[in-house]
Design a protein around this ligand. Sequence first.
Ligand code: KG4
Ligand code: ZN
Length: 336
Amino acid sequence: MLILGIETSCDETAVAVVENGGKIRSNLVASQVELHKQFYGVVPEVASRKHLEVILLLLDKALKKAGICFKDLNAVGATIGPGLLGSLLVGVTVAKGIALSLNIPFVGINHLEAHLYAGLIQNPSFYPPFVGLIISGGHTELVYLSEKRECELLGSTRDDAAGEAFDKIARALDLGYPGGPIIEKIAKKGDPYKIKFPLPHFKEEGTLDFSFSGLKTAVIYKIKEMRDKKLRIPVEDIAAGFQLQVANIILDRIKKAVSLRKVKRVIIGGGVASNKFIKDFLFRNLEDVDLLIPPPELCTDNAAMVAALAYEKIKRGEISSLSVEAQANLGIGINK
Ligand code: KG4
Ligand code: ZN
């Protein structure tokens, strides 16, 4: 079964063709990073216009790369949320148009669920129950997926998302956008133990929620303090110290969730999961856990994860109606 996946929830236009949920025939991403760099963040109006400009061209390329034409497609899946409404609408409308004209099923996909699913494309035997963590630019969500594949929300961020914190620290250090890959590169030259930044403390013990704004503010104050004293800013050490504490926050929540739910398996997805320092840190410190983190190109926004999840949903009979609409605030899991 050949499934077309379309992803336009934020600033990446992505189109993929995946065969039987596991064989990636093409997986293309047209990044808008250069366009949004000057604003240090994604400008929704600019993003949706760009999606509109490139999507049909990218679609042609993805089909060509997969060695197929429209009539070979068996189904189409598209991200319906969460994300920027104008951006989502572009992908959803194109996907519905293809489904309608070819008379094939359309499957609306939750972007967060797709991030979790990305790791399973190349590891189909990684069955639930497991703990899942999505760490991206807009989200930090910790979930539990039961044997019956019911998703329960265990915790989420109370302020900034993990990737957002990376982006804001990079901005404070005048390093550019998006912050994650830049901070990771610069941190390699720094000492993560030279400047110690605080970890968040919650009043409620055992909460599985996250917070990154205290850490972010501490880093920004440190930079300001050094600038005021006209000291040289040790950018490398600050980046390394910040990155280490993000890794510690993530580690702590995973350890708690694993012990609470008595599971051994953990799957992580989202742009921040492509950070090699964090990945190595988690593998080193979670020895008793069977940890799955997909390769970087499947961590950041892509359409292969959308097509693969659509395949899974079709197998379960979960085909969407063409009246399903894009939902900017679509959530993940039941909050117990
Ligand atoms: O999943 P994603 O591509 O898009 C969203 O759904 O948000 O994640 C983008 C976020 C950005 O905040 C970016 O700075 C961060 O992921 N990111 C990273 C790395 N690569 C991307 N954060 C830390 N280290 C990285 N290597
Ligand atoms: Zn994403």
